[in-house]
Write a protein of this length. Structure first.
Length: 497
């Protein structure tokens, strides 16, 4: 604890964002380049080095937050990078994409703004790359055992890196043409530029992990054949079965799933397409769903030049402060948050016709049907206001113009028609996720499941923690014991009331 009075003398200061008018003209990250380093050491000084650091338990990775806060306050970047990477394979991802439940669990957050843990994390990660503190770490010797990892999202990459470093020969199979899963094609560049992902993949490749892209297990290679080639297999395919909206007019052209829309916009940024076939340019856009994916669609539609954008959230607008009776500290509270995309929508007034909140969100709103023109193209969305029990409020119906509707309603688990699930006969939980035991093992000998495919839709920190934990289970299965860390078990869940 470098400054025992830091939390009393220094106010919270977040990484500043670029002006809205500037950033919506490009796909670069929204933050001011270089503006974090001048403030991060003083912000780390605000950490109280608590006797019981609840930020540890709030993060499934068990990040050693007070330790690297102290090191950064002293500007010891090498030691801070070592402590950060001791628990997190990809801090440059989590520092940009995680909603920071660690900050909700910060003891200072009981009566003050929390320590900017997420900003400190990303500063250490980026500085580590700049100073050469994140070199490849290939194993000293090989075990002679082989492992296949299916899926190259955060769970698959974390599992592959841990197992490769333990000495096993690992191959990652990815159905898409590029690696990264949703980090590649689901997350817009304004939230995380892809060079961060490319750089980490090259590190993993240099350590010895092999990658097989454009290879769908169950289609391009049979599940049984894959299993016969390797001593163990990790299924980390993610939750790709999106939830549907079963209302009249769903079949109209122009009504799409968010994960049909976002990958095309990302492919434009990758140079694969000149313009997205689902581009929002000049269209009235309505996004159904109030979560992070919906916000990603919002920021994307703004950058594509939509005529208007409105986001619908079925929940009532939350308050700006934690309700201690409902969501007491240190749980992660549902409060009103202003993402970069919502800030852009507010400043640009993207939804004036919707009578929405100033940031383009319409709360307590439920879609009841779509209507279209003679050609079968969607032209309007009909909605109704709902009460706390999601029951329609009489007389509250309204209609929004809609040339493009994006459904961002979340995911229920892996694709049930996926060839590998059917060919292996993997057992599923009632909610649709892959069943596994306390050791991450499925009902198929030698096959393990981790990440959103088995846990269900969750945060990136849980995905990485799952990857690290399943790697430990596979290492123990192959060798009889393991010294790899296992931050979570398959049945662990976030802190909640």
């Amino acid at each position: 604890m470098a400054d025992p009075k830091g939390f009393m003398t220094t106010a919270r200061q977040d990484w500043p964002r670029r002006p809205v008018e500037e950033r919506v003209r490009d796909w670069d990250e929204v933050y001011v380049p270089g503006a974090l380093l001048p403030i991060v050491s003083k912000q780390a000084d605000r950490c109280m080095d608590c006797g019981i650091p609840f930020c540890h338990d709030a993060c499934p990775l068990g990040n050693l937050i007070p330790e690297w806060n102290d090191l950064i306050s002293r500007e010891d970047w090498r030691a801070a990078a070592d402590r950060l990477h001791a628990t997190n394979n990809f801090p440059e991802f989590t520092g940009r994409l995680c909603p920071a439940p660690c900050e909700a669990g910060c003891v200072l957050a009981i009566n003050q703004p929390a320590v900017t843990i997420k900003n400190v994390e990303v500063a250490i990660a980026d500085r580590a790359w700049e100073l050469g503190f994140a070199p490849p770490r290939p194993p000293e010797r090989l075990s002679g055992r082989t492992v296949a990892v299916i899926g190259s999202g955060p769970t698959g990459l974390a599992a592959a890196q841990q197992l490769t470093r333990a000495g096993h020969t690992v191959a990652v199979y990815e159905k898409d043409d590029r690696l990264g899963g949703l980090m590649r094609y689901g997350i817009p560049g304004f939230k995380m530029e892809k060079h961060h992902l490319d750089r980490r993949i090259e590190q993993i490749r240099a350590e010895g992990t092999k990658f097989r892209t454009s290879t769908a297990v169950g289609r391009d290679i049979g599940a049984a054949e894959l299993r016969s080639r390797y001593d163990a297999v990790v299924v980390a395919t993610g939750a790709t079965a999106w939830r549907e909206l079963d209302v009249p007019g769903r079949e109209l052209a122009g009504v799409h799933q968010a994960m049909e829309y976002l990958p095309l916009a990302n492919r434009v940024c990758e140079g694969d397409l000149e313009i997205s076939p689902m581009s929002a340019a000049g269209k009235h856009v309505v996004i159904v769903g109030g979560g992070d994916t919906g916000a990603d669609c919002l920021g994307t539609a703004i950058r594509e030049g939509a005529a208007s954008v409105t986001q619908l959230d079925i929940y009532a607008q939350p308050g700006g402060e934690r309700d201690e009776d409902v969501e007491p500290w240190p749980t992660y509270p549902k409060i009103y948050r202003l993402s970069a995309a919502h800030e852009e929508a507010r400043d640009l007034r993207t939804a004036p016709a919707a009578d929405a909140d100033t940031d383009a969100r319409l709360f307590a709103a439920s879609t009841i049907r779509f209507t279209g023109d003679r050609d079968g193209q969607v032209r309007s969305l009909h909605l109704v206001e709902v009460d706390a029990q999601r029951q329609p409020v009489p007389g509250s119906g309204r209609c929004l113009p809609a040339d493009l509707v994006l459904l961002a309603l979340g995911f229920s688990g892996p694709d049930k028609e996926d060839g590998l699930i059917r060919q292996w006969g993997l057992e599923l939980e009632p909610r649709g996720t892959i069943a596994r035991d306390a050791g991450f093992a499925t009902n198929v000998p030698g096959v393990f499941a981790a990440g959103d495919a088995a846990r269900g839709q969750s945060l990136i920190v849980w995905a990485i923690a799952e990857g690290r934990a399943v790697a430990t289970a596979v290492d123990r299965h192959l060798t009889g014991s393991s010294q790899l860390p296992a931050p979570i078990g398959p049945y662990d869940r976030p802190m909640a009331v």
